[in-house]
Design a protein around this ligand. Sequence first.
Ligand code: PDD
Length: 288
Amino acid sequence: MTLTAWVNGQFLPLEEATVHIEDRGFQFADGVYEVIACFGGTFLDVKAHLQRLEQSCQAIDVVLPLSLNELQSLIEQTYQRNPYSDAMLYIQITRGAAPRSHLVKNRLTPTIVITSRELPIPTDEKLSEGVNAITLTDIRWKRCDIKSIALLASVMGKQEANRRGADETFWLDEHEHVLEGCATNCFAVIDGKLVTHPLDHQVLGGITRNMALQVAREQHIVVEERRWKLNESGLSECMMSSTTNAIMPVCHINDDSIGDGKPGPIAILLRKEILNRFEALKNSELKL
Ligand code: PDD
């Protein structure tokens, strides 16, 4: 099956879609990215993702050479040229290609790559049992609010989690507060309230995090955006959120059970409500 990518102005078969070896994304990880889910032809929160992409570009002083509407149209065309009904669209933008030098004096033409992949579906076991996480001291940089393509620490965190038979690593600050995962935001239920780290330079402002907090409030669950630790009394559930996971209960951390070691009622409720939204999107009139 041939997949198609958008790369620097044209659609190409994936095997032919290449960037220059002096692309600053390759040389310096000098770029940003977004991941957007599409359910049966309807994109989830596309405007919020595009806005975050624009913010990430602004934060690294890259000027997008096209409008967000034009970019959205290219993302939609990439979806349509690929075989997946439920897909995740990756948009990678780098500062461009230039002879290798940390400093770049002139504005370059940014490299833009868009690919579409099948949206992974969690196994039945993960859905009924929840997933496992480990914790590691955060070794990432101090601008985690930018969705940077420099993901080495996250790759190392994921590899270590996998090596220990877990699915995700939760990063801890120096006082052992839970920040976020390698590719997810993290939540706990403490004394019946949904708690998550506040938005700052240590976490990405997850679009699914936002949705989860909104759904929780609609369900009359009290939300607290504050620093939290795994050893707090009253902690009964943990969960993580991302575009590719929706809400996923996390039932074991570092071999300790969270609550009774089964998905808890708030994680189940939030997951159900969010999946209902996804299902509604599939049937929506906005379909491409
Ligand atoms: N990751 N935190 C980090 C560090 C992330 O990389 C992600 C997303 C999130 C959740 O963000 P959102 O709800 O907007 O997807 C939080 C994506 C899925 C990825 O890198 O593939």
